[in-house]
Write a protein that binds this ligand. Sequence first.
Ligand SMILES: *Cc1c(COP(=O)(O)O)cnc(C)c1O
Length: 411
Amino acid sequence: MTRPTLSHAAMTQFPLAGDELLVGGMPLTRLAERVGQTPFYAYDRQAISARIDSLKAVLPARLELHYAIKANPMPALVAHIASRVDGLDVASAGEMRVALDAGMPAAAISFAGPGKRPQELRQAVAAGVCLNAESITELQRLHEASQALGVPARVALRVNPDFELKSSGMRMGGGAKPFGIDAEAIPAALRRLAELELQFEGFHLYAGSQSLRAEALIDAQSASFELALRLAADAPGPLRILNLGGGFGVPYFPGEARLDLAPIADHLAALDAQLLSAQPQARLALELGRYLVAEAGVYVCRVQDIKQSRDTTFLITDGGLHQHLAASGNFGQVIRKNYPVLLGNKAGQSADQRYSVVGPLCTPLDVLGSEVMLPQAAIGDLFVVLQSGAYGASASPRGFLSHPDVIEILV
Ligand SMILES: *Cc1c(COP(=O)(O)O)cnc(C)c1O
């Protein structure tokens, strides 16, 4: 039987020193000693900064680059990013607190999400952040909060567009969706917003996540832009912000290549120029989560046992799906595929042995690598899952089976 020959995109964000992977400039074995336990997540400041710098170098200068906190809400990481981007996007009052603690001015924070509780809306009005309203009910509640507090509510409307982001990992708009207000209902929502004396800020669209096709992102951005300009004709005031969402993907699986930014940046420059003449007060915004942080993070666990079962050699680690649901294939994947993995203390050695890598949970779903190639392994080795900076610790069922919790560090 021939095995598939597809390989992972080259991962060069962490250099080697001898056999050791360097994370935050420190050999992984020593970093594990510093942390004092496995498993842990480590996020590399340098890698995050480099990613943001490379984006800023190509995006139009007037465009606002926002970070969507839900990708990774670790407070130290959010604070690191806050000083390097133009805004933060939050999806709960808890995330709003992290964003404000990070020092981001309220004026540069926006709050989206279906089913915001009345209390959260009131907190957001009190804080002075921009609310991305997702229903008429929310508009009514924002009016009430604004009246009660004597503070004007700054409101953008989240639009559920009449198209989808093609070939994305997760579709967040188009068709029947709980997110946003259907495009055809926006004119009525704008009238209601004006009657309720809410301060109109603009539109927010978010078509989908994890797209690796520049063409698909460009199409969605074009369609979002045109739709928003059409809808702006019914707005009670000038457009200030046109948030085109995120969705930039990173390569996780064999055969995937990094997103080609150049055509996206060129296209955004053209949209920016168009916006400047049509709505001079308005700024374009991108809200990226995964793209800013995913490649800067590693998940590190330790081999606890090595077992041969019939034709398969299992590495049993102290990490698993309870801490890294996405790498186990149970967070939005249809067919399980392997994340890029390695042995962090043997990263310089040739990967010529085949292993299946599992966690300690009593479920066959607890797989971190199926039939992956690694150097000859030993108990005590550090097993590393790359591309782990987004949708990791906070997107995993950490209470499942009551193991000790994972630690997160920023290095
Ligand atoms: C999750 C989310 C994002 C971030 O998406 P990524 O695919 O991680 O870039 C942006 N905006 C909204 C509204 C979201 O819900």
